[in-house]
Design a protein around this ligand. Sequence first.
Ligand code: GAL
Length: 376
Amino acid sequence: MMKNRLLTLTLVTGAIVFASCNQSSKNKEMVKQEIYGTTQGKEVYMFTLTNKEGNVLKLTNFGAKINWIEVPDKNGNKDNITFGYDTFEGTITGDKYFGAVVGRYANRIAKGKFTLDGVENNLPLNDGPNTLHGGPAGWHSVVWNAEILKDSKYPAVKFTYVSPDMEEGFPGTVNAEVVYTWTDNNEIVMDYKCTTDKKTVVNVTNHAYFNLHGAGNGDILDHVLTLKASAFTPIDSVMIPTGEIRPVAGTPFDFTTPHAIGERINEQYNQLILGKGYDHNFVLDNIDPVDVTVYDSASGRVLEVITDQPGMQFYTGNFLDGTQIGHGGKPYNYRSGFCLESGHYPDSPNHPNFPSTVLNPGDTLKTQTIYRFSVR
Ligand code: GAL
């Protein structure tokens, strides 16, 4: 679904606005800012962050998206391992969620309704009977303000967005911030902060898709996943949690020890049928220093995810169908990417037994998630 306010796009090619070098470390380490285009009457930029290892992270302030992550394999060959587009038009008109910061409420809210202090809030429906990812005009689809953090030890960009009262039906003006830092240890550190002037609900995440073979190079079924979650939240036929917290032990959802993603994905287990594969919130143990590890033996690449959030939506790209053509003209086919969306549980505002997503005036929501890349 394309929003009208996205349609005023102007294409600008390759204009370098300025480059910022971090003088406190080697010169290679830097952030470059280029004009990418204009939409919603605002300039959209592409930021290229290069760390000391010469590895590259590209970010845009449209949806505060990650557009490119270039890291080496075990032989030192570099490739981009995340979904995104080479052109502004692709970024604006393509898949809404590739790499995006999702808010104000990531994942689903049943029937687009929730009640706060006795007042029912009604949200636009954009996923069958439900509201998905903050609604059709959620934070993935707006132009964020952007600032290169020149005093940061590592290349870093801060994106901010003021989400107006009643935007997509949510009460309260929310000031949202995400800082992306690209460390010399090949970590994308994402620091989120939100405040509100009225009681509301907030659940933020990043929706990057990964394929450790290189984005667009085959499927991810051979990647080996370890997910430190002893339970998950089963879903109903429209992917809303039933409220049950089910132990993973003895089910195809047990990734507490390493398993290939594809090993059990086609089993006739009801939750895999309802999700069309894995598309579920895992209840993190939050005990181990690393919450998730994904390993691709072909490239030797490893992705680790570290978060302070209580949940992790593990999604195996079951809705990808090859119609999105990304970097280098490569189609993103069925199950050719996976997402690890840290956050609160889906539909928490309607489940009092789930950790609360209520944000009150005077409080600050602060949360951090790290994607760390290495080789084995
Ligand atoms: C995921 C969600 C999937 C799908 C996807 C966007 O977060 O779990 O069901 O909606 O976003 O295509």
